[in-house]
Design a protein around this ligand. Structure first.
Ligand code: RTP
Ligand code: MG
Length: 156
């Protein structure tokens, strides 16, 4: 193999129920491809309350948590493993700030500016660290060694 293989990193991206129901999945995938990410795996999943509790465990004591659970279980999500150099930071940059109303002002080309509504219904998720990415990829897709990944593209 060549000595100059780029260091490929993985992150977990998700189109939330508002994005799926608003038919933004294809547009988001186009933006993902245009930015140079490879979608290594994808899966449409209906989360239940228990699953949201695990996925967003860090927020379980926040006052907005019951509302977040209601939102995240309101319809299917599209989970994807994205691969690229510096994927965690680059996907966070592409989605924009948490509050879509602020994203529209400060990051008008971001995904949340395009399809998010407010501080909760913000269309997409992105892992916030390498550690979160590893946990969240395993949450949706199980543990796989890199190189033997998940070529199957599951549908509901
Ligand atoms: P995410 O984890 O979904 O990528 O979002 P994030 O890092 O930008 O924001 P985070 O603080 O981790 O919050 C997780 C999700 O909880 C909902 N939220 N609602 N009502 C509120 O004030 C509020 N704050 C956060 C959002 O759906 C947010 O993305
Ligand atoms: Mg977060």
């Amino acid at each position: 193999r060549s000595v100059c293989l780029a260091q490929v990193e993985r992150t977990l991206a998700m189109v939330k129920p508002d994005g799926v129901m608003g038919n933004y999945s294809e547009e988001i995938k186009k933006m993902i491809a245009a930015t140079g990410f490879v979608i290594a795996a994808e899966k449409v999943v209906q989360l239940d309350e228990a699953a949201v509790g695990i996925f967003y465990a860090e927020h379980s004591q926040r006052e907005f948590f019951p509302s977040l659970v209601k939102f995240m279980t309101s319809g299917p999500v599209l989970a994807m493993v994205l691969e690229k150099e510096n994927a965690v930071a680059q996907w966070r940059a592409l989605i924009g700030p948490t509050d879509a109303t602020k994203a529209r002002i400060s990051h008008p080309k971001s995904i949340r500016a395009m399809c998010g509504s407010d501080s909760q219904n913000n269309c997409v998720h992105g892992s916030d660290s390498h550690q979160s990415a590893a946990r969240e990829v395993a949450f949706f897709f199980g543990n796989h060694k890199s190189g033997e990944v998940m070529v199957g593209h599951d549908e509901l």
